[in-house]
Design a protein around this ligand. Sequence first.
Ligand SMILES: [Cu+2]
Length: 392
Amino acid sequence: MTLKHWLIAFAAAGLAPMAAQAQQATTPATTAPATAGPSAATANPAATPEAPATPAAGSDATGASAVAPGAAPAATFDHAVPTPGIGMPDGRMGLQDQFTPVGREASAFHDNWLLALCAAISIVVLALLVWTMIRYRRSANPTPSRTSHNTLVEVLWTLLPVLVLVAIAVPSIRLIRHQYSPPPADLTVKVIGNQWYWSYQYPDNGGFEIVSNMLKERNEVAAGTRFRTDADGPRLLAVDERLVIPAGKVVKFIVTSNDVIHSFAMPAFWTKTDANPGILNETWVKVDRPGVYFGQCSELCGARHAFMPVAVEVVTPERFAQWVATKGGTMPGATPAAADSTAATQVSPAAVSAPAPVAGATPAAPPIAPQPAAPGNTQPGVANRAPDSSTN
Ligand SMILES: [Cu+2]
């Protein structure tokens, strides 16, 4: 490749995002204001100035406890501040730190077993090559052997690769089994890819929907429009509305698309699932650490493919109930965990819009809320849920 070709290639790589952003800047009114506008207007002005006040370097647990008492009476929700280097790329080599059981098993399989096996094989092959080149060079071995068959060597070079494959296959199949046999879901979230943003529906919590758009930089937005701050997350990864899920709970993601194929990918959770129009794919996570995690659409889906990140905020079950209340949703009454019942009672004072129905329904008649949610919770109600996406 000549210098001219390299210059053309670099120019093309540099111009493509600029062209995409130019289009983004000219047509903001098509998607964002219709859906994300009202919710962003209520939640964000409060969250943005307050978020930097919480210690960014401290653990999320302290931040959550400091926020919880204040959040209960207020109708807004104080979002957590991401921890640098967690749930986002930070320049380190290797995989991101994992926060799900499957992710930990997979990264241990990769780091402690596959990598070691690859290194051992490479060293053995290199040593054989070097030994052959030195031992059987022309000056040291002037009359070459005429041997054409050697039973021992032939058995070894057949058997050893088979053993290597078995050593990879056994833990690999075990990992796949864990990945594709999820425990019963505590919460189901429907993830919908759109050109070029994500929307999330919470069928277990009254069916409300949030729309998640990437936050632009300060110099890219008009005056008065919300822009990204460090409290929101890294550039090109921060969004205006995060996908919020409870920590320590099995969350099932039903992944689909409204237009073209996208891919819902969260590196820190070890999940990447294609979002196909007309198809409901399923994945699950159980995140044990509260915090903010970032991912991206990972299927080339059009001009702004690079500008539809995923931001997941994992909160305690109590704070999740508070967040649901700020979105106008409800908590299902019949969750098995005891923590949820206490969380539900804490929610009722915060639900300023309709406190009476929530307070009455939650402790007295748990079966009311789960009735519609239960079929979809145990099994993906494909026939029931497919029409939901068409209403968007
Ligand atoms: Cu996409």
